[in-house]
Write a protein that binds this ligand. Structure first.
Ligand SMILES: N[C@@H](CCC(=O)N[C@@H](CS)C(=O)NCC(=O)O)C(=O)O
Length: 209
């Protein structure tokens, strides 16, 4: 069984969505990052960087932090959501794009545009522009294929929860037709709907038209 330590954020939802897609048995341990649960000594033993998500696989006692590493572990454990052949490297390439680029940059957009508007105009402009650039990159990748690496994979499950915050990022998702089509298709997957509400219920934001 997988023990999942998580909170209702994009990085946490990546893993709950993947666990739902896989149909694996898992137990949720909410780590309320608004109340500093992430600094509790017991949690630091499995997530020394004091961030969610983290898992423990009770089959072998292994603990893993970092959502991208967790997704690679689950893909290897189950043999699912990782394409074969060259497309495997496309899935990993875009997983790294999400982990190293889209996630951190969109996180900054949330910080300045959503939570601290008016305090740092330069940062708002910088991360607002970077968010638009990233949506443009993703839109181009989705121009000729349904999913980021051809078939539905870890790359989509890692990226989609970040795109679900398009409103916080001040993005008009209607301006990115391929991203919008991809976003809505994934939002309609029952496993994504189940994984999105772990550990707390929030409605999935949907484009206005
Ligand atoms: N690179 C990490 C980032 C994890 C991360 O930033 N988690 C945030 C929530 S989305 C967190 O736990 N923040 C608590 C804190 O910074 O104290 C991953 O992908 O797992």
């Amino acid at each position: 069984m997988i023990e999942l330590y998580t909170w209702s954020t994009p990085n946490g939802r990546k893993v709950s969505i993947m666990l739902e897609e896989l149909g694996l048995e898992y137990k949720v341990f909410p780590i309320n990052i608004m109340e500093d649960d992430q600094f509790a000594p017991d949690f630091l033993k499995i997530s020394p960087n004091n961030k969610i998500p983290a898992i423990v696989d009770t089959d072998n006692g292994l603990s893993i932090m970092e959502s991208g590493a967790i997704m690679l572990y689950l893909a290897e454990k189950t043999g699912r959501f990782m394409p074969a052949g060259d497309e495997k490297w496309k899935a990993i390439e875009w997983l790294m794009w999400q982990m190293g680029g889209a996630g951190p940059m969109l996180g900054q957009a949330h910080h300045f545009l959503q939570f601290n508007p008016g305090k740092a105009p330069y940062a708002e402009e910088r991360y607002g522009n970077e968010a638009k650039r990233l949506y443009g990159v993703l839109d181009k990748q989705l121009e000729e294929q349904d999913f980021i690496a051809g078939e539905y994979s870890v790359a989509d499950m890692a990226t989609w929860p970040w795109i679900s915050r398009f409103e916080w990022q001040r993005i008009d998702i209607n301006a990115f037709a391929n991203v919008k089509r991809w976003y809505v298709e994934i939002a309609n997957r029952p496993a994504v709907q189940r994984g999105y509400v772990v550990p707390k219920h929030f409605d999935i934001p949907m484009p206005s038209n």
